[in-house]
Design a binder for this molecule. Structure first.
Ligand code: C2O
Ligand code: CU
Length: 548
């Protein structure tokens, strides 16, 4: 059990993630941020200095439950105050569970500016993974906009609404190529890339023939849902969001923002060639070119372009294909099972709405507006007036037609909190619906902080009581992110055993910015020793000033 120390400085850097120079947020002058690698049971200490000079910053450790350290969750307005320019905040937390994770900015839209990196937790010494592999390859996926995040955020918050559109480039380990293709010799109509910078050079993944590799895949995209394939290699999925799954074989897989996976890939193809790893957009009409990386079989040169074409990805709107993949994800035997029943059920209707002419996303007709005083401090110290006292609704009208645009699209805004009794079992039914325009319903990957949840089931149309009878209580997968498909529902169960205040939100950055999230609080009275610097701002700052 080690303590692993990191000293990071977050600052703007000139960078060329797709060969075009822009300003991005980097850590210690690099993008993506450094990879954290630890063993289960270790303590991570990150001394984070904000060198952005004109704005605050926080970092969230996505998938780490922060058992007993809710103030280290890194969510602005929720678990802590943004770290002021030139100041240093110390994140100190335990990584209790092996798995593939990542970290990212969680203030405004800073994730989309490039503030992210990998966090990988190996099994503790003396423990073994329930599968074998010879080597490991890390693949951190993201998307990239040429427009800076301030312009994006102002557009999303304007009337008339200005949508950010599709990302310019998909990035693999922070690298992509805009407006050209490495595979121009096999793809028609695209010019070859003149890679003039190592910052956008294609990623090469070196392998030996006839070995098994563990690909660690995570997606921190701002918008894009992804599909990944590696030539015609088969992949066996073994881990999802830091939990083992019943192994199953695929030719390609979907990855939504907030997801992470491990897959085993055997290098059993003709070793005289290299192969394309290809990444393409799902669920939205693809206006972004696929990203490519080279699986480099030893002893071929890393720059030898594959002879076979990049794998053909499924059609962007082939939802049957996406669902088939998602439904196959089940818990490995021996995984903890969910309690047989829940004490409370919360139904969350996802809709796109209007608020005084501004476009928003709402949950049960409430669009999330974060308060200036972080909930963790104001709830722990019972400060009145720091956020809206009214409890948000746990259900939506029984006659709401999820298949059509709302008859009244107007919504409300609130910072209200779902207060959950400590150590109880909560079911959440995420209900998708039609967006503002007719015949539009989008994919939303929902991510829960502070917990893993069991995914009890998925279904089409409106959830009914009958659907609850079909819940999978036998081998539901444990995850921290779950998708709702267009016009569908997804049912989750979790136990409120981690005192703190936790965000639960759509992981699509512009959607969260537009209010697509809720706040859960549980056992906050049991939280102790909150570092003062985490919560001394807003009304809590004033309170601390008045203390002796
Ligand atoms: Cu990775 Cu609240 O998010
Ligand atoms: Cu969304």
């Amino acid at each position: 059990r080690k303590v692993r120390h990191y000293q990071w400085e977050v600052g703007y850097v000139f960078w060329k993630p797709d060969c075009q120079e822009k300003v991005m947020i980097g850590i210690n002058g690099q993008f993506p941020g450094p990879t954290i690698r630890a063993k289960a049971g270790d303590t991570i200490v990150v001394e984070l200095k904000n060198a952005l000079h004109t704005e605050g910053v926080v970092i969230h450790w996505h998938g780490i439950r922060q058992l007993g350290t809710p103030w280290a969750d890194g969510t602005a307005s929720i678990s802590q105050c943004p770290i002021s320019p030139e100041e240093t905040f110390v994140y100190r937390f335990k990584v209790d569970k092996p798995g593939t994770y990542f970290y990212h900015g969680h203030y405004g839209m800073q994730r989309a500016a490039g503030l992210y990196g990998s966090l990988i937790v190996d099994v503790a010494d003396g423990e073994r993974e329930p599968f074998h592999y010879d080597g490991e390859l890390n693949v951190l996926l993201s998307d990239w906009y040429h427009q800076d995040i301030n312009t994006q955020a102002v557009g999303l918050s304007s009337n008339p609404f200005r949508w950010i559109g599709e990302p310019q480039t998909l990035l693999i380990n922070g690298r992509g190529q805009h407006g050209c293709s490495l595979a121009s010799h096999v793809l028609e109509g695209l010019s070859a890339c003149e890679i003039n910078s190592s910052q956008c050079a294609p990623v090469t993944l070196p392998v030996l023939p006839n070995r098994t590799y563990r690909l660690r895949i995570a997606s921190t995209t701002s918008l894009a849902s992804l599909n990944l394939a590696v030539g015609s290699h088969k992949m066996v999925v073994v881990e999802a969001d830091g939990n083992y799954v019943q192994p199953f074989e695929v030719k390609d897989m979907d990855i939504y923002s907030g997801d992470s996976y491990s897959v085993l890939l055997t290098t059993d193809q003709d070793p005289s060639s290299n192969y394309w790893l290809s990444l393409s957009v799902r669920g939205r009409e693809p206006k972004t070119q696929p990203a490519l990386a080279i699986l480099n079989y030893h002893p071929n040169s890393a720059t030898k372009l594959p002879t076979a074409k990049p794998p053909v990805s499924p059609l962007w709107n082939d939802y049957a294909h996406s669902k088939a993949f998602t439904y196959r994800i089940l818990a490995l035997k021996g995984t903890e099972r969910p309690p047989a029943s829940a004490t409370r059920r919360i139904a969350l209707l996802n809709t796109q709405n209007k608020l005084n002419g501004y476009t928003k996303w709402s949950i049960n007709n409430v669009s999330l507006a974060l308060p200036s005083t972080p909930y963790l401090g104001s709830m722990k110290h019972r400060l009145a007036g720091a956020f809206d006292a009214e409890r948000p609704p746990e259900s939506f009208p029984g006659d709401y037609d999820v298949m059509r645009p709302a008859t009244n699209p107007n919504t409300t805004q609130s910072s209200g909190v779902y207060v959950l009794d400590f150590n109880t079992t909560v079911d959440v039914i995420l209900q998708n619906a039609n967006a503002l325009s007719a015949n539009v319903s989008e994919i939303h990957p929902w991510h829960l902080h502070g917990h893993d949840f069991w995914v009890l089931g998925y279904g089409e149309g409106r959830f009914t009581e009958k659907d609850a009878k079909g819940f999978n209580l036998k081998n539901p997968p444990l995850r921290n992110t779950a998708v709702i498909f267009p016009y569908g529902w997804t049912a989750l169960r979790f136990v409120t055993d981690n005192p703190g205040v936790w965000a639960f939100h759509c992981h699509i950055e512009p959607h969260l910015h537009m209010g697509m999230g809720v706040i859960f609080a549980e056992g906050v009275h049991l939280v102790s020793r909150i570092p003062k610097e985490a919560i001394a701002c807003g009304m809590m700052g004033k309170k601390f000033m008045n203390l002796p």
